[in-house]
Design a protein around this ligand. Structure first.
Ligand code: F6R
Length: 366
């Protein structure tokens, strides 16, 4: 069943280009520069006047929600609030009949996410679930479902379920923008073309595994890692740190790179590996100056950036090249790199990659 891969997680990492194709299939209408989500069955007129989206999720799916905020606010120009399901349900959230509550849950069975969705709908919101499991509780207890087509995920640490959630959120952003009249056909076409390049870009990053083997050899004994990203890649810094914690049991923290100087910079010394997500985009220069701050304090730099970025290559101790892609899809492509970093380190340490200690695939308790 592992098809020659050492672990399900590795198989699932390699499956991602195909599962993104599955998730996009039939949903992109190139001739109209639009997205077909008629399966979702939410009223277009209602959507056109929706005032706010509230995205709720747990764990890795919460990081997908954070990326979703960047995508939806920049593409559809509608305010998006993101919350952890376990926080949302115990505060007094502001939800009205003009709120769309989007719950993101791979399994569709996460207790806190189900309860948060129930609360939001009870307050009058309409509910949309982004979910990977047909007939799951979440899929049944909501107004509409946007399915990801990741296929069954066996590895406890989520990989392809996460990147297909990001693809679904990209589609949702364009769909909302078109329904609300905030996104013209020309701009929509640009974003849809970008989404269509994801599988190829992922294939490309999957062809060169040498950097990960080197990272495991060099830093497999480290006690702590820092992951830095800005903008749409900040959530991927959080996701990279979570993946490393989950499967290698090494402490890791994800930080918005601009926040470093407000505290975490105190941690940096020659013992500290720092993974920096720095492909060229709107915040590239800012990220690079954060990286210089790490370098000045002798932190060890693992940089993920454009293949031809010689300046970044020079600053990095280990460089992971990624193809040059549109900013909106950089989180999908960069995710593959952070997954592989965690996988190679865990495998180097010999942990039970597919069944990490203390973790379960679906969290049905509060
Ligand atoms: C981490 C991971 C978890 C889940 C979280 C939510 O790799 O898989 O953090 O993302 O338990 O699960 P779902 O998406 O099923 O609600």
């Amino acid at each position: 069943e592992k098809q020659g891969y050492k672990h399900f997680m590795l198989k699932e990492i390699f499956e991602q280009p195909a599962r993104i194709v599955d998730t996009l299939r039939g949903r992109i209408l190139l001739d109209r520069a639009d997205v077909d989500l008629s399966e979702v069955e939410l009223d277009a007129e209602w959507l056109a006047q929706v005032q706010k989206l509230t995205l709720i999720a747990c764990g890795t799916s919460y990081y997908a929600a954070l990326v979703g905020k960047y995508m939806i606010e920049s593409i559809a120009r509608v305010p998006v609030e993101v919350d952890l399901a376990s926080e949302f349900r115990y505060r007094t959230p502001i939800v009205t009949e003009n709120t769309l509550c989007v719950a993101i849950s791979q399994s569709g069975e996460t207790a806190d996410t189900l309860a948060a969705m129930k609360l939001a709908r009870g307050l009058g919101a309409k509910g949309l679930a982004i979910c990977n499991v047909i007939e799951s509780t979440m899929a049944r207890e909501t107004d509409g479902v946007l399915y990801t087509h990741a296929g069954p995920e066996i590895g406890v640490a989520s990989t392809k379920a996460f990147t297909t959630q990001l693809a679904a959120l990209g589609l949702l952003a364009v769909w909302l923008g078109r329904r609300r009249g905030t996104l013209d056909a020309e701009q929509a076409a640009v974003h849809l073309d970008a989404l269509r390049t994801v599988p190829t870009a992922m294939e490309e990053i999957l062809t060169d595994l040498e950097p990960y083997a080197e990272i495991a050899r060099e830093f497999g004994q480290a006690h702590s890692f820092l992951y830095l990203g800005r903008g749409i890649l900040y959530p991927i810094a959080l996701e990279g740190a979570l993946k490393l914690k989950e499967i290698s049991y090494i402490h890791a923290e994800g930080y918005a790179a601009g926040e470093m100087k407000h505290g975490p910079i105190a941690l940096i010394d020659e013992e500290m590996p720092v993974v920096v997500l720095a492909p060229r985009n709107g915040v590239y220069d800012k990220t690079l100056s954060n990286l210089e701050e790490v370098k000045a304090r002798e932190g060890k730099i693992i940089a993920i950036g454009a293949d031809d970025d010689n300046e970044l290559r020079r600053l990095a101790d280990i460089f992971i090249p990624m193809p040059e892609v549109a900013e909106v899809i950089q989180p999908l492509v960069a995710s593959v790199a952070v997954q592989l970093i965690a996988y190679y380190i865990a495998d180097f340490k010999g942990t039970d990659v597919d069944q990490p200690r203390n973790l379960a695939k679906s969290v049905t308790v509060e």
